[in-house]
Design a protein. Structure first.
Lengths: 426, 426
């Protein structure tokens, strides 16, 4: 959340644009003086994706924050990039619809940032990530040209899918200034949320697989490991960790009593303990808050790095076990939670507050975890993107031909390498 | 389904490749002698997307038709391009999963072709089109390089989304030789299908909107206009058209009794007549067959052009009315059906069998319908792609900057314009 600089020096200026003409103006100056342009909205990237660069221009679309349209009839919204995710969702709910992608940063991250990172969230397991919910984009390219990609239709088979090329491009290919997103109808039927505790993460993973395969189409399957439960206990003054090595937070939307019973039966079959299920909205809000409290609970009084890998579903449990082993071997405390329903894992590695440098053991743990992820067929970025934190991993993650192809595309669209340089692909 | 030629002359050869090395070999010859390469599997394109070109090489991956893997644990399949959609679906169902995209050509079109056109289908309204179900691709580029795009994870935020660039590219950017697709668990709960009849299409469209918005998440909402019902009556010896101007075929999967009741109540509210609902599998298969019979019923004994536009949801009814008006004004018989749940319309324009040339009035009707589609914010290709049938519409459909950008990408990936030339973008 450092708006101006990244330690390599302060940006030359922060320009808060308010129109397409403003964006084109900034790019014109950048081309003339060969200045890096760093697109930014709420500056909440977790991978150093939008911090300033020495001598560069921060192009902030934070003030382009209008919801331009919510169309109930077309089930979509048109927004400017600075609109906060949660604000759009609330506005949609007033019309009986909702905006599905729900990153942990939902209360404060912007749709523009979500698009640029292809943000996921807890309910990606049912509704997909940001890319699955974007219908169209308006973009200013590095040369100042405006392009309109996609549109207002749910089906589209005309041109190349350039919309998806810009989703997740982290501002390296153009400046997004308008976004059309799908809105979903609120599912009919009972919504329930619940908690369940398992002996360990392997057992939890088996339960999660069984629930997925049962065809109940859950909206949320969140896993927290023993360390994380311990941190939450401290923070919430609870005693969950006394009896469990793994916690599952689950949600079913628009479900029938029969489906809810199947879920309960599966939890029992996989030896879940202290299962709580509630259809009460306030109690559900408390459970979501419990999941959100995980981060402050884990971060409290410690330096930390939170990571983000996605695995093939069957590799979630082996990965969880491996992370625990690495922590043990290297003497690094690691808290692991994840969106178990789609194989997305977030280990948080911590070290003492009074130690400003990242310890060697933490870096080594990360290195081992990333290599293991790739070995298991996973990706080292599931929903947080690349930024400056992971671009040195381009070659093992992508094959060399793909790395080369990415640079060919980047050079085509931004031949002066003005847009968010040293991020994502470089 | 003309494998060899398109009327401009026969292709020089049809090469049935069986390996990546074969594909690379064909491309090497093509580069050396500057020969067009036409990728083809089952050759069932509806937009002249894979017919031969005089002097070119047809690169057929029809014999690369192995299901390489069905992974229940990872909920995915890995297939070669020649695998037929329906065969993959059947194989998945044996493991309690299914492959969701279901184009009308499901029994005979290939996954490779479905990927190249971003094929949709009846249940796209719930499960998305092909692009929403592809996790990864392996592709040989025009220069012979192999690239591996995407992979086996459900979330992915590392590189540019090149997978989606190749889905729907109609073989103009590379030759796809391996495809990883999502498989979905079979929804738990009751599956019902049914029929309902409405006074007219406008009334049907209102009912469809209400059903969508109710949150029951239907799997199918198929609309057939009066002309189509009449053709079906002739074909099936039924008398549906006597009492109705519009027919709706619907499906709910994994639903509760409560949801089914809501659906019935909405149908009643919008004056649906003769509503039939069945949970019986055989009767459901008959309803799907009825929908599938629509095409032979309409085509019977006539020359025809079937079109494919997608509209913003609210514009479906106005578009249906406009099509009817155009048919009336120009004296052209038009049968219109569509995937009403996602705004996708298929008008079929017919003329006498003894008249080989497309009549001027038919061409004029199409021209008017396409312009109206664009005026209403739609696309003139929802799920059939562009081929040689619609590439002359690139400029009104896409803005000129996007048209130019498409050519920049094409030139980057295929600088000699070898891959499926004169299609899609040219």
């Amino acid at each position: 959340m450092r708006r101006g600089g990244d330690g390599s020096g302060l940006a030359r200026a922060v320009v808060e644009v308010q129109s397409v003409a403003d964006i084109q103006g900034v790019l014109k100056v950048a081309r003339k003086y060969h200045l890096p342009v760093i697109p930014q909205t709420t500056a909440t990237s977790t991978v150093i994706g939008s911090d300033g660069i020495a001598g560069g221009l921060i192009l902030s679309t934070r003030k382009m924050a209008q919801i331009l349209e919510i169309s109930k009839d077309d089930s979509l919204a048109v927004v400017q990039p600075g609109v906060v995710n949660g604000d759009l969702d609330q506005a949609a709910r007033k019309q009986g619809l909702f905006y599905a992608p729900d990153p942990a940063s939902k209360p404060f991250s912007s749709i523009g940032g979500n698009v640029s990172t292809n943000a996921g969230g807890m309910s990606t397991v049912r509704y997909g990530a940001t890319k699955d919910n974007v219908l169209g984009l308006k973009v200013v390219l590095a040369d100042g040209r405006k392009v309109t990609l996609g549109g207002r239709t749910l089906k589209q088979a005309f041109g190349y899918d350039l919309t998806q090329l810009f989703v997740g491009a982290e501002g390296t290919l153009g400046i997004v200034y308008e976004i059309t997103v799908k809105l979903m109808p609120i599912p009919l039927g009972t919504s329930i949320m619940g908690l369940a505790f398992f002996k360990d993460m392997a057992q939890l993973a088996q339960g999660v697989t069984a629930i997925r395969m049962s065809g109940v189409y859950p909206t949320m399957l969140e896993a927290l490991d023993g360390n994380t439960i311990g941190a939450l206990d401290k923070y919430e003054k609870t005693h969950y960790a006394d009896k469990s090595g793994a916690m599952l937070i689950f949600r079913l939307d628009g479900s029938s009593d029969a489906n809810i019973q199947v879920l309960k039966d599966l939890l029992a079959k996989y030896d879940a303990q202290d299962v709580q299920v509630t259809a009460d909205e306030d109690e559900q809000a408390q459970l979501i808050q419990l999941r959100r409290d995980m981060l402050p609970a884990v971060f409290a009084g410690q330096n930390h790095l939170m990571e983000d890998m996605a695995l093939p579903l069957s590799q979630l449990a082996p990965m969880m076990a491996y992370i625990q082993q690495v922590g043990h071997d290297l003497g690094v405390t690691i808290y692991t939670a994840g969106h178990a329903g789609d194989g997305n894992v977030h280990p948080t590695l911590v070290w003492p507050k009074d130690q400003p440098e990242v310890p060697g053991a933490v870096l080594e743990a990360l290195r081992r975890i990333f290599w293991k992820t790739l070995e298991l067929g996973g990706t080292i970025s599931g929903e947080h993107a690349v930024g400056m934190m992971k671009n040195q991993w381009n070659q093992p993650e992508l094959d060399d031909n793909v790395d080369y192809l990415q640079h060919q595309l980047k050079t085509l669209l931004d031949p002066m390498n003005l847009l968010n340089p040293k991020r994502k692909i470089n």
